[in-house]
Design a binder for this molecule. Structure first.
Ligand code: KIV
Length: 275
């Protein structure tokens, strides 16, 4: 399986065999190529790009054109991984028809599936896309496009009840997403025991972020995973590198050497042809 193209149809087999699914966000050619060559299963062009690439303080300003721009770069780099693209805020909530048009544009650019946020309220929309063979990945729990309702990026499902963001409601949301035909679902920012309960209940794979170890797979935002953010990262993130510091140190060295005139050195220079 390691070097074969990952397809939607592989994911249920991975869940059934207990093979953890690996997913990372990617927004450009070089990082997508590194992740793909390393063997990542899924590359997500997340609307998190608004925060980690564009410097916005939420995902709300991201447009469909923004996602398409980054999707093109990732698709050029991808050989093996499954490519999933996010539907950004207000590109699908207006109506199932709007969702279909937006999702169709992402598929035409090379995405193999789309991801959208929401549970029971999005079931009809998911069904509309699935009915025309556009694979959908759901996303419930801490859904960043609901930042204003949640009052910030807050862990969901800690309270019992059926109000939005409460435990029983998230269980209903997960079931609604599966019944609507999604092929997998992201569980973000929820207690590990709730994510475990959802994972056991659903037949589709769950992919967790801040949702504990029982999910069928894990996803992280690449900037968090690589230590490419200057801000402190949330508790659920494990930085596997310190790229911010490495890039800062490299930049300081470059500035110093240019100012000292030690760069460029002779080996970096061209000589003229002798007449
Ligand atoms: O936009 C994103 O990067 C995401 C992941 C955090 C799952 O939705």
């Amino acid at each position: 399986m390691a070097h074969d193209k990952v397809r939607i149809t592989d994911l249920p087999l991975m869940k059934a065999s207990g093979t953890p699914i690996t997913m990372l966000t990617a927004y450009d050619y070089p990082f997508a190529k590194i992740f793909d060559q390393a063997g990542i299963d899924i590359l997500l062009i997340g609307d998190s790009l608004g925060m980690v690439v564009q410097g916005a303080d939420s995902t709300l300003p991201v447009t469909l054109a923004d996602v398409m721009y980054h999707l093109r770069m990732v698709v050029r780099a991808r050989r093996r991984a499954l490519v999933v693209a996010d539907l950004p805020f207000l590109s699908y909530q207006v109506s199932p028809e709007q969702a279909l048009r937006s999702a169709g544009r992402l598929i035409k650019e090379g995405a193999e599936a789309v991801k959208l946020e929401g549970g029971t309220t999005m079931a009809a929309t998911i069904r509309r896309l699935v009915d025309v063979d556009i694979p959908v990945m759901g996303h419930i729990g801490l859904t960043p496009q609901s930042i204003h309702r949640m009052g910030g990026h807050r862990v969901q499902g800690r309270q019992p009840g059926r109000a939005a963001g409460c435990r029983e409601r998230l269980l209903e949301d997960a079931t609604a997403v599966e019944e609507a035909g999604a092929f997998s679902i992201v569980l973000e920012g929820m207690p590990a025991d709730l994510a475990a309960e959802i994972t056991n209940k659903l037949t589709i794979p769950t992919i967790g972020i801040g949702a504990g170890p029982s999910c069928d797979g894990q996803v992280l935002v690449m900037h968090d995973m690589l230590g490419l953010t200057q801000d402190s990262v949330p508790r659920f993130v494990k930085p596997y590198a310190s790229l911010w510091q490495e890039v800062a140190a490299a930049t300081s060295s470059y500035i110093r050497e240019v100012r000292e005139r030690t760069f460029p050195a002779p080996q970096h220079c061209y000589s003229s042809k002798k007449a």
